[in-house]
Design a binder for this molecule. Sequence first.
Ligand code: ZN
Length: 432
Amino acid sequence: MLSRRRFLEQTSLFAGSAILANSVLAGANAANQDPLVPDPKLLARAEALLEKAPLIDTHNDLPSMFLETKAGDLTSFDMSVVQPTLCADIPRLREGCVGAQYWSIWVESATQKTHTSLHEALREFDVAQRFINSRPELEQARTADDIDRIHLSGRIACLFGVEGGHMIENSPAALRTFYQLGARYMTLTHWDNVDWADAATDRPEHYGLTEFGERVVKEMNRLGMFADISHVSPDTMLDTLRVTRAPVIFSHSNAFAIDPHPRCVPDDVLRLMPANGGVVHVNFIWEFVSPKYPEWQQKRTAALKDLHARLDTDQAIAKGIADWEKANVPPRGTISDVADHIDHIRKVASVDHIGIGSDFYDVTPGSMVVGLEDVTRYPYLFAELLRRGYSDEDVLKIAGRNHLRAMRQMEKVAAELQKSEAPLITEGLKAK
Ligand SMILES: [Zn+2]
């Protein structure tokens, strides 16, 4: 993995890569036009603005990587130096100008079938907490004021985001416990439906939120935890926006009009963001960014069906699809496509409702769009926005100030509601 400066010195190294040859080099080399080789002045200006903003990223899956690679044994990693097997470490977070990070608390939504979601979630909280406690450069933040204070002290503010409502196992007591542990958002679903809300990538079952789902959102309002409507179905997005008393967030979602993937946000929902005051934090995973992904994926599914019809062994099918992917290189998308999503959200919802939620989750080459491969790369995205005419003020807002505004509003709503509303104590019904 190249550092930003080394990358600038050695862009020729990348010129031979198949990915670049396919998606970036075409028409890109006019001076200062290529977002991968930005004008050094714009890059310096972006870095200076990010240092000030602060830059808040609402989604990084490092806690899961700790558990998946070394079963949560933090002594296996020296986080003060670059860790090639992890999606973040202190030097690269610093190089990327990260001021605050929401660490994702994520467990497979299939764990709801075995009733182990809460148990696994506690392991995620525990490893994330041990990581924060182990580093003098990090400090846990619980409020917007904490984020500002920690950033000014030169440390990186850390918060938790629970990625999937299955982890509360239908218990408002678990939701409140997550809040106490430092969770400041919960994504209502992950990939599968939960007992009280539909996901974007599952079959419609409740057609939005159930009555208990509405109560969960209201309890989140009362606690001061963002209802995160990334991953949920459009019906669930609309139901949440109807019942919430506080701003919502999309912790890691892009615009459906640019990439028609079910995980992306349709325009009719984007249009509701100004009235709600919430923020759509854009994501860097190529499938959710590249406008060409849905078409490529359809062709891949057809190729796979054909292989299943013709071949007998899993091995032969795996080889067949690998050959197909060699002949049909995934259209990975670039920094420029992420900027197109930001342009679109600005057009539909305004610049006041955009943030960053990268979703770094592994170290496999090609997981993220070209140019935003790791946590050192945020300044490149902002240099591209400056090149497109975004003002310094716009950059500060997208980097973190929109999030802080929404968070302060959420905190204010919670303080008011706590005067008049009792905690929700009714448990939701568990599916068998
Ligand atoms: Zn996700």
